[in-house]
Design a protein around this ligand. Structure first.
Ligand SMILES: [Zn+2]
Length: 257
């Protein structure tokens, strides 16, 4: 007799719901990645009193299909959108932009230094980020941002890494990797959390066309927006099903930090 095989895309045992963290820090490559990856979870935690911080590694300056777009304007717009998105999730804490050029993010020591600095400064109980080990991932920024999150946690937790920062080291209790290849943890989310995730995603006006496939100010916009919302909801249902829940966000959780 063999053991029952785990659901596809999971690594066997699946845990549900961490205790609400005191502070959470979500790290992503671009404005909007955090909302896609863990927006409903952050909304749930923010509503329960968690201090939610956002850190975006790049300036988002490649995020348009318009070859004539003024890029410095786009960067400013995307920062404003990210702040609105954080607010829509109920997050009231820091929104940090590292400002590396979009599409050119590296996971080198300089960038790792920055992530470690912000982890030490903000002292999150839980850190969230892209899964750097996701197979067949095309976008290099997502891969590098994932490695930076993992490597930043390691550097932040031990006192002899980057001592010139002169900030006391900090060890988070958990790391949740979104878009995960091997999901072993689900955060259950409610309809209210889904509504806040959607509001946060829809704060990214500049991405409506290229990412959400919604042509604003056209007769089709309403139907396209409904289809986008349905796609997001379907994904939350798929993720919830990993743990037998109606709606959720699934992660690879690392709790031995
Ligand atoms: Zn992205």
């Amino acid at each position: 007799m063999s053991a029952p095989s785990p659901a596809a895309g999971t690594s066997g045992e699946v845990t549900v719901d961490l205790p609400t963290p005191v502070r959470a820090l979500a790290v992503a490559a671009h404005p909007d990645d955090i909302e896609f990856g863990c927006g409903a979870t952050l909304a749930k935690w923010a509503a329960a009193g968690c201090e939610v911080h956002h850190l975006v590694c790049t300036d988002g300056s490649k995020g348009t299909w318009d070859p004539h777009q003024d890029l410095p304007d786009l960067v400013l717009q995307r920062q404003a959108e990210q702040r609105s998105a954080a607010k829509a999730l109920g997050a009231t804490a820091e929104v940090v932009f590292l400002g590396w050029p979009d599409g050119e993010l590296d996971s080198g020591l300089r960038q790792r230094w920055q992530i470690a600095y912000w982890i030490r400064r903000l002292r999150p109980t839980v850190v969230l980020g892209h899964d750097p080990w996701k197979r067949y991932r095309l976008h290099p920024d997502h891969r590098h941002a994932g490695f930076l999150t993992v490597d930043g946690v390691v550097a932040a937790r031990d006192p002899h890494f980057f001592p010139e920062q002169q900030i006391v080291h900090h060890r988070p209790e958990a790391l949740l990797l979104f878009e995960a290849d091997e999901r072993n943890h689900v955060e259950a989310v409610s309809e209210a959390d889904v509504a806040r995730k959607l509001a946060a995603l829809e704060a990214h006006d500049s991405q409506m066309r290229s990412t959400m496939h919604v042509e604003l100010d056209t007769p089709e916009a309403e139907a396209q927006l409904a289809a986008f919302r349905q796609r997001v909801r379907n994904r939350l249902a798929d993720h919830g099903a990993v743990a037998g829940l109606p709606l959720g966000e699934a992660f690879a959780a690392i709790t031995d930090l």
